[in-house]
Design a protein around this ligand. Sequence first.
Ligand code: ADP
Length: 617
Amino acid sequence: MLETKTNRDAKDRRESLNKSRETIVFMLKLAWHKKPVLFLIYGVRLLRDVFDRAWQILLPKLLMDELQLFLTGAEAARHLHNICMYAAIAVGVSLLAGIIGNVVDNQARSVMGEWFREYISVDIAKRAMEMDFEHTEDPDALDALNKAREGMTWYSGGVEGVLNEFFRLIGNVIVLCGGIGVVLTTCPLLIPVQLAALGGFLYFNMRNNKIEVESFERLSARNRIWGYFLFQLTNPCYGKDIRLYHSAGMMGRKTKLLLDKITEDWRLESVGTRKNSWAMDGINTLRDAVSYFYIGYLAIMRKISLGDFSMCVAAASVLYQSLFSIAGGLQEITKRCNYAHRYLEFLEYPAAMEKGSRSVKKGEHTIAFVDVSFRYPRADNYVLRHINLTIQPGEHLSIVGLNGAGKTTLVKLLSRLYDVTEGAILIDGVNIKEYSEEEYRRLFAVVFQDFQLFAFSMKENIALGEVEHAAEEKIVDILRLTGLYEDVQKLPEGMDTMIFKSYDEHGTELSGGQQQKTAIARALYRDAPIVILDEPTAALDPIAEYEIYRQFETLVGGKTAIYISHRMSSCRFCDKIAVFADDTIREYGTHEELVDKEGGIYAEMFHEQAKYYTDIA
Ligand code: ADP
């Protein structure tokens, strides 16, 4: 048992050391590429630190020796002059060190620190947006993202926080070497005293660090959920549901429960570290007492001069400070690196999907689902089984079926938000996994049911990634096609009007139908060869819906189109209809072939809806 624990501890230490090494090398390279001036800043500070401490050791001896000579009377004027000169140098050195410290620390901490903080936040955000969609629903990936964010901010201090500790450590090692030299020649027994004290300090500090790192693991997961609750409670877009379903109380209670757990975590951390901190204070006091007793004894026994006595006291203090700083610094840097390493791990987070490099051929495309089955990651049940379907170039396919039949899932598979579990999807006879992701995605313009508009301008929402080269005439044409033109004309700044009021008080709130039209306009602007509309008209009023269908040919043109709709009338506009039920395609054919099929699902659904409309009429 003990053996196993020792082995585990040794393994943990090795891992921790590796992480520290990797993090420091990464940070050094990043700093060198992005802001090499940081090295100049740390270099100047290192020189200042070393010089300052060397002077702290030497000055007492120089002063004491001169004072003693001055008091003995020989060449008193010369010694007085030297005393004044040393005092002046001491003042000058301290002033200069202060000024350099101020300028350099301000530069290093505020300016560079802030720069790197922003750089890392943007980098993490960019990578989060680029990561495989599947990861956005994977709690492990989301935790990794959160730990990368937290690990690179206040836990480690980010690039500046880690490098600051690293260069401090180098400075302390140089000072330590000087201190050891002085102590060895004057009061050598001080070395084992300092080392013993250091051993004790290291031991207790290490225990504290372990407690803090364990606490970080727990807190990071809780903080993510905490952020979710806060976001839900305050985000205006949830306002209606929260108020109408009186969920504020329920969410408040959940938040409080979580907050209690977070507070308990902090309390446990504080209780755990308290005893170790007391032990460290005790060790420091004991070390001081033994050291001063020893140096005092040497002076009283006249084994060292008064000047050496002062130097020894100063050297002992500097020696301990640097030992202390090195020991603390090593642990601190290891701790910081272990936090910051989360960022490196996030950068290397394994992709959920295979990445190909093949180019997509130009022109028209044939889509084929070959015996495709799929279940969502971490789910037990298949939502699609043995799907075999071919969509010819330019064909308009309508997919119908009850809620939960797997229609949207099929679209997600085709647009490669997920990879199939079994079987294959082929485009032009090639497995889609072989295509370059970027080129492949350009094939599609998709409007999902749960499309999102952003708090940007109307124009930006439509052109998105291509907004810098957006052709206004093209946007106007599309606005006309989707029936949005008149509405946009009425907005205070036309298509430059911001959507939502979150970031602009003059922003506009669009109706559900207008939002859906905007999403359709975005898809059309993309000019992709395959258009997929998932419930494109659900939020539209009957007239707008009719308009969209009437213009369907003009909107989609000769492109391949896939429609998912509950309105059976829309199927008439399509060449083929696939009816999804029981996790698979149960019927497939044209409207005419299916509409009167005896006992057919499509026939039943169509006639049910037709009857409803006729009854109303
Ligand atoms: P439809 O579009 O036909 O209404 P979906 O394709 O959205 O149906 O959903 C099919 C099934 O897959 C449903 O049972 C749904 O609960 C499940 N499902 C959808 N998205 C996910 C997901 N991200 N993770 C797990 N299951 C999901």
